[in-house]
Design a protein around this ligand. Structure first.
Ligand SMILES: Nc1ncnc2c1ncn2[C@@H]1O[C@H](COP(=O)(O)OP(=O)(O)OP(=O)(O)O)[C@@H](O)[C@H]1O
Ligand SMILES: [K+]
Ligand SMILES: [Mg+2]
Length: 679
């Protein structure tokens, strides 16, 4: 992400902005969203009114009442500050992205075949534009002709140029990025205001953030606890009045605020926002908070082979003719069948035929021919011309094609296919009419460092499955080389979906990374669907996350961030509730020690007096929110270990810590404020 990317969340300008925002968030509309803090704010308002009313002024304890009131306001402000801090980096990034949204002129194709210049803001989905080296791409779209290297640093922060090309799985381009070489023809896919950049801005800014079902459930629990304590405090006042020690509004509000779960209530939304922000720092844009949480519980990961595990630039490396067929004959048919084939595979075949076999280049438009484009379902492509029916494709697809025409696949060709596949290559069989002409060897390379990354996923308890449209032998060779746990070969788009649904039916959460149009249905079905930024528009729209770095093993970070988010929320909830229980022991004995001497045994802290006890508890309650902001933003430390061990460890640290800290903290504050004669 540009500019703001490496900025620390503790940058002075971010803090300054968060302080201002903390006050802005006092508005009733903002605070309404958080039931616990809403109660604290109402308490602060009530105390303030009492403080300056006639009864409050001559009450004799103005100094105490004033301090309590101020600390109540601080409690709300600290919670607001936490949320504002969590939002800060995203807002700064959004501002940087807005600057990247510059207006350019686009060269648009008119209906009469001529071109016209229009401002990029006038482009609509379906328009065709041309972009040449040096120009900015005027809108999101799909490359429909040509190849170019593109500088996408405005979006990804990555300065190395990337290849964008028609036909394959690397066809999507983003408005605001720059073409560095060559020329491309683009079909625009978005309308003004709905571009990737617009969505990205809204996302990092948090404008689209919705509470996740987990967050809503936790909020309901916290609201329930708040109501219970509200009733408890009202009842307590009845008892106190009966015992002739009615308590002041200030003491009652203090008691209430100390008992309700203000720590987690104040930090909950900051934890969620910080989790999304951590993803953004890893160049992942998540459109749903729910997906981030699901990532924390994922147990199966599906990856697509070509372009995800391998570099995805399958290149023809050799033509291997069938017995009785010359190399030239095979090269000629391979070239003819690929002339209009805009896939990387197709283009590489044309190049191989020309450069290595010396075939002269031909223009498809000059031939009387019909092109049959490749599809993931037919697994074949080819042309029909002047009585010649030429096809190239996967072994089984071509074998079926030959059988239909009364031919068959010779054993020698099957042997060649096997040799190519065992080496990890993709064999394409070429056939003309009812005769097999030979095999094209397509080579692809497994990306570096895959084995180690998959081993890491395994230690997190995640099973990796590679799915590919390729044949089982190639799939097995690549699966072994990449170190995935399992693979599914000859998969059609529907098979990917079915596999996901089967895993989900067993109650597993499934993550999937992919880039192709044929991956889109599966990306939509997966609980966590991570589309590669290099992929097709269809894939990017179907998933619920986009990885700007297009790194399929990014899921390791995504899972870690998801787990960290869940753990942080769990840890701070435990801490908060344990904390409130402990505060009870600070305040109640102090309130009633005068009338019920037995309560003195509960007064384990030996606080100076009733006022200092109440004030210390309120101050501690407010300060603990600030103290935990770094943890809420950074997340609790995550280590790959079993869920059970993690739970035990967290209960120990945060449960015990939550119980013990108020005793120490409140005692310390009591000593300080009595020394300063504040109470
Ligand atoms: N341009 C093409 N013309 C003819 N056949 C092709 C072409 N491209 C690929 N094939 C064949 O179709 C098969 C399936 O391709 P598809 O793109 O569906 O899957 P894949 O790219 O091999 O795997 P993945 O799902 O990992 O992307 C390939 O294995 C190959 O045999
Ligand atoms: K509290
Ligand atoms: Mg593919």
């Amino acid at each position: 992400m540009p500019n703001a990317r490496k900025r620390s969340p503790w940058d002075a300008s971010l803090i300054r902005r968060a302080v201002v925002d903390a006050f802005a968030k006092l508005s009733p509309r903002a605070v309404m969203k958080n039931p616990v803090m809403c109660v604290v704010e109402v308490g602060s308002v009530v105390s303030s009114i009492y403080l300056f009313s006639a009864t409050g002024m001559d009450h004799g304890s103005f100094w105490f009442d004033l301090q309590v009131t101020l600390w109540l306001w601080f409690t709300v402000l600290f919670a607001n500050f936490a949320e504002a801090m969590a939002e800060g980096r995203g807002k700064a990034q959004a501002a940087a992205l807005r600057r990247a949204k510059s207006e350019t002129t686009a060269v648009r194709l008119k209906e009469n075949g001529r071109t016209e210049e229009v401002p990029s803001s006038q482009l609509r989905a379906g328009d065709i534009v041309f972009v040449v080296a040096g120009e900015l791409i005027p809108g999101d779209g799909e490359v429909i002709q040509g190849v170019a290297s593109v500088d996408e640093s405005a979006i990804t922060g990555e300065s190395a140029p990337v290849i964008r090309e028609a036909g394959g799985d690397r066809s999507a381009v983003t408005g605001g990025t720059r073409v560095l070489s060559d020329q491309i023809k683009i079909e625009v896919s978005s309308n003004p205001g709905e571009t990737f950049l617009d969505r990205m801005i809204a996302l990092v800014e948090g404008a689209e953030r919705q509470k996740t079902p987990n967050e809503i459930a936790l909020n309901i629990l916290l609201a329930g606890l708040t109501i219970i304590f509200l009733l408890a405090v009202v009842t307590l006042q009845a008892i106190a009045t009966y015992s002739m020690v009615p308590q002041s509004v200030f003491v009652l509000v203090s008691l209430l605020v100390c008992l309700i779960p203000t720590t987690i209530g104040g930090l909950l939304s900051a934890i969620g926002i910080a989790g999304m922000d951590r993803l953004v720092q890893h160049n992942v844009l998540a459109t749903s908070g729910r997906a981030v949480e699901a990532a924390g519980d994922v147990s199966t990961l599906l990856l697509d082979k070509t372009g995800t595990i391998t570099l995805g630039n399958r290149q023809a490396s050799e033509f291997i003719p069938a017995p009785g067929v010359s190399k030239d004959q095979l090269a000629d048919a391979a070239q003819l069948s690929s002339l209009p084939d805009e896939t990387p595979e197709g283009r590489s075949i044309v190049i191989l035929a020309k450069e290595v076999y010396g075939l002269r280049g031909r223009e498809f438009s000059e031939l009387q021919a019909e092109f049959i484009p490749f599809s993931a379902t037919t697994r074949m492509s080819g042309i029909d011309m002047e009585g010649r029916v030429i096809r190239k494709g996967s072994t089984e697809a071509v074998a079926a094609f030959l059988k239909e025409r009364g031919g068959s696949l010779p054993d020698e060709v099957r042997d060649t296919v096997e040799v190519v596949a065992r080496s990890g290559g993709t064999p394409l069989v070429v056939a003309e009419n009812n005769r097999a002409l030979g095999v094209i060897h397509l080579k692809d390379i497994v990306k570096g460092g895959m084995k180690e990354r998959f081993a890491e996923l395994r230690s997190m308890g995640i099973r990796t499955i590679m799915i590919t449209g390729d044949n089982p032998l190639t799939a097995a060779a690549i699966a072994r080389e990449a170190g995935v746990d399992d693979f599914l070969a000859e998969a059609k788009p529907k098979d990917k979906m079915d596999l996901i649904q089967r895993e989900q039916a067993e109650g597993k959460l499934v993550a999937m990374t992919g880039d192709g149009t044929n991956d889109a249905p599966a990306l939509a079905q997966a609980d966590v669907g991570v589309a590669m930024n290099t992929g097709t528009q269809a894939a990017k729209e179907a998933g619920n996350m986009v990885d700007l770095d297009s790194n399929p093993t990014k899921l390791i970070e995504i899972v870690a961030i998801g787990k960290q988010l869940l753990m942080t929320r769990g840890a701070l909830t435990t801490f908060s509730i344990a904390n409130d229980v402990a505060k009870y022991f600070a305040i109640i004995p102090a309130m009633f020690a005068g009338v019920f001497p037995v309560l003195a045994v509960l007064n384990v802290m030996h606080l100076k007096n009733a006022q200092s006890a109440v004030l210390s508890a309120v101050i501690f309650n407010a300060l603990i929110i600030v103290g935990l902001i770094p943890l809420a933003l950074r997340g609790v430390s995550y280590r790959a270990m079993s869920a059970e061990a993690l739970l035990r460890r967290n209960l120990m640290i945060y449960g015990f810590g939550g119980l013990a800290s108020p005793f120490l903290g409140i005692k310390l504050i009591d000593m300080i404020i009595t020394a300063l004669h504040l109470a």
